[in-house]
Design a protein around this ligand. Structure first.
Ligand SMILES: *Cc1c(COP(=O)(O)O)cnc(C)c1O
Length: 272
């Protein structure tokens, strides 16, 4: 029986080109990128650097602003919990009721630990009204978290303007970008984003890897790490890096951007 897969917002297959790129990093070049005294380590580090640059440049950021994680869920946890750990006052967070569980459940958990959270309604068309966000801002609001492309209903929130509102009020802005990475052109500066959570397996990369963009200037975002260990990824996400997965993520990113225009034309053509 021929099966047709129609659930690409849940996960995608690994692109065969991505798979081929990953293979040597399992059994030939299996070094630890932290081993700086031999060529196995140097090669692994170089591969990680290339992937980091690929991801950074495609979202209009610097390699030093990209932290590798196990996926968007972990990135979201590092971002939301890291900002809260850094706040001195009793912090308040604003989000939408239509967020992914990775954000909603993390915020529910933070609420149980004394954080104040406002869950905003969206309009009938699924989009948030700016005035609703403006009205929800309080003196102790430290963060706004919004899902860029919705994984269930497909709406794209007006991130740039929400980012402007956050800037004006000196509030940090986190965006769950799991569904828009590699599907629309993104630029962290133009969109006024401070923290951006990414996943590889939604764009034909491997599962188990993702990244978090953390703005380094205007403003510089400081997070307190939620795990401790060997100091990898500036200590923000310690643990030995999964080099094959990271290489795959970088390649998936490169291919997604290369094919973006053709892909979106093809998909739009079949819209009706
Ligand atoms: C898939 C998805 C996540 C979770 O990403 P993982 O990499 O699987 O942890 C978070 N948010 C959205 C919108 C998603 O589609």
């Amino acid at each position: 029986m021929k099966r047709i897969y129609l659930d690409n917002n849940a996960t995608t297959k690994v692109d065969p080109e991505v798979f081929d790129k990953m293979l040597p990093w399992f059994i030939e070049n299996y070094g630890n990128e932290m081993s700086n005294s031999h060529s196995f380590g140097w090669e692994a580090r170089e591969a990680v650097d290339i992937a980091r640059e690929q991801i950074a440049s495609e979202i209009g950021s610097e390699p030093s602003e990209i932290i590798f994680t196990s996926g968007a869920t972990e990135s979201i946890n590092i971002a939301l919990r890291g900002v809260i750990k850094k706040s001195y006052i009793k912090p308040h967070i604003i989000t939408l009721k239509t967020e992914h569980k990775a954000v909603l459940d993390t915020l529910n958990n933070l609420e149980q630990n004394g954080v104040e959270v406002t869950y905003l309604n969206v309009k009938k068309n699924g989009i948030i009204d700016f005035s609703t966000i403006k009205n929800a801002i309080k003196k102790n609001t430290v963060l706004v978290s919004v899902l860029h492309g919705n994984n269930e209903i497909g709406v794209i929130q007006p991130i740039k303007i929400i980012g402007e509102i956050c800037r004006e009020n000196k509030i940090l802005f986190h965006v769950d970008g799991a569904q828009t990475l590699g599907k629309i052109i993104l630029n962290m500066n133009e969109l006024n984003i401070d923290l951006f959570s990414m996943s590889s397996h939604k764009l034909y990369g491997p599962k188990g890897v993702g990244a978090l963009y953390i703005r380094r200037k205007n403003p510089r975002v400081n997070l307190i790490p939620i795990t401790t260990g060997g100091g990898q990824e500036k200590g923000i996400r310690p643990g030995t890096l999964p080099v094959p997965l990271i290489v795959g993520f970088g390649e998936a990113m490169r291919l997604a951007i290369k094919n973006l225009e053709l892909d979106s034309k093809r998909i739009k053509k079949n819209e009706r």
